[in-house]
Design a protein around this ligand. Structure first.
Ligand code: PLP
Length: 415
């Protein structure tokens, strides 16, 4: 399967040469992020006794308490909550927003339309239990055509709505905009704090460990993310985290369980070891995913496709879009990625309808953890410009083989 034709072999070899300086940059970031994580393990005195299981109420789970402190340290927060019991990234972000916001408050989103699964949470789509359902108001400003925050619009919105929370989505998600960088977040946080008393909330999904620092290191008040993306290092089987200001994390903790009990309850059921291991692996695995994305960008650009971001561009998430330009190529790409996966390689994904989407979707995910997108995965809506979004890669070599296999499959396809 991994015997490639001459054209593809040469292109893959040339891509590896071209991306050497970029790989050196990624490794420099990994030095910092992995170093910060290892230092945090040592500073927080992680011990094998923290892996012990609790059941029932989970009172006095010292491993869980240590995990929270460790997670806070890694993300530059005063405090954190990291739990297998957060159902997914969306549920973690929702716990954070519902924790902080009260009826009559306004949430101001400053990065344009948010990620699809958050629309019902925010009330952009009428849904029982949305923030809108609880009387939280919503306002939004767009990103500029350069992909920066629209400061005049934000200034006007701060004055007009006095929002309690200013929210940004770091990753491009499944759009064709660029990710928002840590430098941009630093400037935004400073601006918001100078002009209002709002808390800055960053959706950090897909962004963790792609740069040396995280949003709370540069002024964001709280971040949230999913453990089946970067933050779980390919180890965690589910869960999410929130990290940031102590007063805000306390509010999230009572939303996570209930008033009065907050973070004092929540049996770890033997998951602590896995969560420690996932935090430990996250910087390295994210670097592997970044290398996989850069390789895919380079190979496909060299083969004549438009790619976003371009190989040399600065990255602040692990997502790679490739405009394949045709329905058949898109299907060939996703089927090739799936067929070169370690799990479920025998199944071929086909386009199908998905709730909440107006076109058919095709997804390749041959993952150890269902739906994991820190493992190599690809998703695409079957519509113009027939772009595929590729992300993840637990280890670079296997991702490189899968991406090269996909390039050959797309090339053999006459769309
Ligand atoms: C994945 C993602 C989410 C939601 O996470 P789930 O685990 O899929 O619920 C939110 N925001 C962004 C930017 C994401 O990439």
């Amino acid at each position: 399967m991994f015997e490639f034709n001459e054209k593809i072999s040469l292109a893959a070899g040339a891509a590896m040469e071209r991306i050497r300086p970029k790989f050196a940059e990624i490794e420099k970031i990994e030095d910092k992020t992995q170093g910060r994580v290892l230092q945090a393990f040592i500073s927080n005195c992680v011990q094998s006794s923290h892996f012990a299981e609790t059941t029932g109420y989970g009172y006095g789970d010292v491993g869980r308490e240590n995990l929270d402190a460790l997670c806070a340290d890694i993300y530059g927060g005063e405090d954190a909550l990291i739990r297998h019991s957060f159902a997914c990234g969306t549920a973690t972000i929702a716990a954070g927003l519902h924790g902080i916001l009260r009826p009559g408050d306004t949430l101001l989103v400053v990065s344009g339309t948010p990620y699809d699964t958050l629309h019902p949470v925010l009330g952009l789509r009428k849904s029982a239990g949305s923030l809108a359902d609880f009387g939280v108001k919503y306002a939004q400003t767009e990103l500029t055509s350069q992909g920066d925050f629209d400061y005049p619009a934000i200034k006007a919105a701060l004055a007009r709505y006095s929002p309690k929370v200013v929210y940004l989505q770091r990753s491009r998600g499944y759009t064709l905009r660029a990710a928002i960088t840590i430098a941009q977040i630093e400037k935004l946080a400073d601006f918001v704090h100078k002009n209002s008393s709002a808390a800055v909330f960053a959706d950090n999904c897909y962004g963790e460990f792609t740069e040396e620092l995280e949003p709370c290191h540069v002024g964001a008040d709280i971040v949230a993310g999913s453990l089946i993306k970067n933050a779980g290092g390919g180890v965690a089987r589910c869960g999410g985290y929130l990290a940031g200001r102590r007063d805000l994390i306390e509010l999230c903790a009572v939303r996570m369980s209930c008033a009065g009990l907050g973070r004092k309850v929540g049996a770890s059921l033997g998951n602590n070891r896995e969560l420690f291991l996932s935090l430990f692996h996250a910087p390295h695995v994210t670097a592997q995913a970044l290398k996989s994305a850069v390789f895919a960008a380079t190979l496909f650009e060299d083969l004549g496709y438009e790619v976003l971001p371009r190989p040399e561009e600065k990255r602040s998430d692990i997502v790679q879009a490739i405009k394949l330009g045709g329905r058949e190529k898109l299907i060939a790409f996703c089927q090739a990625i799936q067929s070169a996966s370690p799990v479920d390689s025998l199944y071929a994904p086909v386009p199908g309808p998905m709730p909440g989407y107006d076109s058919e979707i095709i997804m390749a995910t041959g993952a150890f953890t269902s739906g994991s997108s820190i493992e190599l995965s690809a998703d695409a809506p079957l519509r113009e410009p027939y772009a595929v979004w590729l992300q993840g890669g637990l280890n670079f070599v296997s991702a490189k083989l899968a991406v090269t296999h996909a390039a050959q499959a797309v090339g053999e396809n006459i769309a």
